[in-house]
Write a protein that binds this ligand. Structure first.
Ligand code: PGA
Length: 252
C-alpha cells in the first residue's frame, strides 16, 4: 500500500541551534496532534545527529538532502550514505533540481547515489522535474522519463523502496505552483512509466510527492489528486505552523 508523505527540505537554512529548535517545536506539535500521513524532515548534514534523537521516530522521519556518489575515501568535503545512516537518518533526497543545476549532478552520478543510499538502507526521495523552457516546449514527459533512468536500473524489490518527488523547476521557490490538473496529469504519466517497467502493483505502491511552492493554501487541493501522494516542501517547511498546516491537509 502506498503511503502519503509530507517531507520538508530545509535546504541551506538554519544554524545547528535554530534547526534543533525547529525540530523540537515540530515534534511537540505533531506528538500533541498526530499526523495521518508520514512526516519527514530533511536537514543539512550537520543537523542530522542532533535532530534524530530529539524527534519521536513514530511521528517524524529524518533525512539528508544529498549524499556522496562514492563509498568512502579521499573525497574532501563529501558525506557518504553510510555516514548519513550512522546518524539514525532514514531518508535522503537525491536528484534535487538545485543539485542537478548548481552541482552538475547527472543521471550517472545519481545512479551511484541511489545505489549507495539503498545499500545503506536509506530511502531515497528521488526528485525529477522539468525547467520552464521544457514545459513551454511541452517536453516535460520526455524530461522526467529520462531522469527516471537513475532509478529504473533497480530491481522491482529495490524500486519499491524509492519515493519519487515530481518538482517542476519553474515552481520551486517561485510562488508559482503547478495547477492541480498539471500535477495530476504528470503524476499519472510517471505512474504509467513505473507500471510499464515494473508492473501495476509496484506502480500502485509507489509514493509520488509533488514539490514546488506547496503551501497551506494549495496543499489540500494538490494532495486530493489520486496520483499525488503528498509533498516535498521547501520554504514552508521552515515554519512549524505552515508545515503542520500542510501535513494536516490529509485530515478531513
Ligand atoms: P519550495 O521548494 O517549496 O520552496 O518551492 C520545494 C523543493 O525545492 O523541494
Amino acid at each position: 500500500m502506498r503511503k502519503n508523505i509530507v517531507a520538508g527540505n530545509w535546504k541551506m537554512n538554519k544554524t545547528l541551534q535554530e534547526g534543533v529548535a525547529l525540530a523540537q517545536e515540530l515534534n511537540a506539535a505533531l506528538v500533541a496532534d498526530k499526523p495521518v500521513c508520514d512526516v519527514v524532515i530533511c536537514t543539512p548534514f550537520i543537523h542530522l545527529a542532533s535532530v534524530t534523537p530529539i524527534v519521536d521516530s513514530a511521528v517524524i522521519g529524518v533525512g539528508a538532502e544529498n549524499c556522496a556518489d562514492k563509498v568512502s575515501g579521499a573525497y574532501t568535503g563529501e558525506v557518504s550514505a553510510a555516514m548519513v545512516a550512522s546518524t539514525g537518518a532514514q531518508y535522503v533526497i537525491l536528484g534535487h533540481s538545485e543539485r542537478r543545476a548548481y552541482y552538475g549532478e547527472t543521471v550517472e552520478i545519481l545512479t551511484e547515489k541511489v545505489n549507495l543510499a539503498l545499500a545503506n538502507e536509506l530511502t531515497p526521495i528521488f526528485c525529477i522535474g522539468e525547467v520552464l523552457a521544457e514545459r513551454e516546449a511541452n517536453q516535460q514527459n520526455e524530461v522526467v522519463a529520462a531522469q527516471l533512468a537513475s532509478v529504473f536500473h533497480l530491481s522491482a524489490e529495490e524500486f519499491g523502496k524509492v519515493v519519487l518527488a515530481y518538482e517542476p523547476v519553474w515552481a520551486i521557490g517561485t510562488g508559482k505552483t503547478a495547477t492541480s490538473a498539471q500535477a495530476q496529469e504528470i503524476h499519472a504519466f510517471i505512474r504509467s512509466l513505473i507500471a510499464e517497467k515494473y508492473g501495476k502493483e509496484v506502480a500502485d505502491n509507489t509514493s509520488i510527492l509533488y514539490g514546488g511552492s506547496c503551501n497551506p493554501t494549495n496543499a489540500k487541493e494538490l494532495f486530493s489528486n489520486p496520483d499525488v501522494d503528498g509533498g516535498l516542501i521547501g520554504g514552508a517547511s521552515l515554519k512549524v505552523a505552515d508545515f503542520k498546516a500542510i501535513i494536516d491537509a490529509f485530515k478531513a
